[in-house]
Design a protein around this ligand. Structure first.
Ligand code: COA
Length: 191
């Protein structure tokens, strides 16, 4: 059960209201998001963790947490959705992120994760749509994603966004890539 998130100055962020009435806040991930990410990680099923990190694991290390939250906003960027948990405190619900490739500054790799209890409500799609909009404004022209071969949910989600995407079988995983529509602002300085 999702508790409505009060949209007020005390809790900054953009509202995400789902068709089912669920209310969430969406905001960029910063180092202040660490505790929400740690909490969300504890509520992810082992299967979702395997699908996201390509291996079983329990906790994120301090270094991983740092890398997932110390984002420069240009080369690496992430949006997190949060909701009021049963105790009234904010809890992390999902994250969508991109990281620009070193070898091709106009291409970024993306990853999306939604806590199991909140999956199949449209949050992953909503986060990815917002992430794509941000990536476009930063001069990113192509997105890549890696998926375990048996990860049907992310493959369906990505196919909805990019029906014409190219998919490559890389053995241990599938790699997909798709082009973004050009961003209306004409001059983008690439770092
Ligand atoms: C892949 C993942 C991010 C999808 O997130 P999600 O929030 O469940 O995604 P959505 O809700 O937008 O879409 C999932 C399904 O719910 C459906 N759905 C969305 N809103 C719905 C609604 N209101 N009512 C019913 N179904 C709905 C979608 O149509 C979709 O159906 P499909 O899988 O049959 O195509 C999530 O499953 C996840 O975190 N998996 C583990 C981590 C992972 O695999 N990450 C990918 C590695 S990059």
């Amino acid at each position: 059960m999702t508790h409505p998130v009060p949209i007020d100055a005390a809790v900054p962020g953009d509202a995400l209201i789902l068709p089912d009435g669920g209310a969430f806040l969406v905001r960029p991930i910063t180092p202040a998001s660490k505790s929400l990410i740690v909490g969300a990680m504890r509520r992810l099923s082992p299967e979702s963790i395997r699908r996201r990190f390509f291996a079983p694991r329990r906790e994120l290390s301090d270094l991983e947490l740092h890398r997932l939250t110390a984002l420069d906003g240009w080369n690496q960027y992430a949006l997190g959705a949060c909701a009021r948990g049963p105790d009234g405190n904010l809890e992390g619900v999902g994250v969508a992120r991109f990281a620009r490739l070193d070898e091709d500054r106009r291409t970024a790799e993306i990853a999306v994760t939604v806590v199991d209890a909140y999956q199949s409500r449209g949050i992953g799609s909503a986060l990815l749509a917002r992430l794509i909009a941000v990536a476009t404004t930063r001069g990113i022209r192509r997105l890549q994603a890696l998926s375990l071969p048996d990860n049907a949910p992310i493959q369906r989600l990505l196919r909805r966004f990019a029906p014409a995407a190219r998919w490559r079988d890389e053995g241990d995983y599938l790699a997909m890539e798709f082009a973004l529509a050009a961003e209306p602002v004409s001059m983008i300085a690439l770092a």
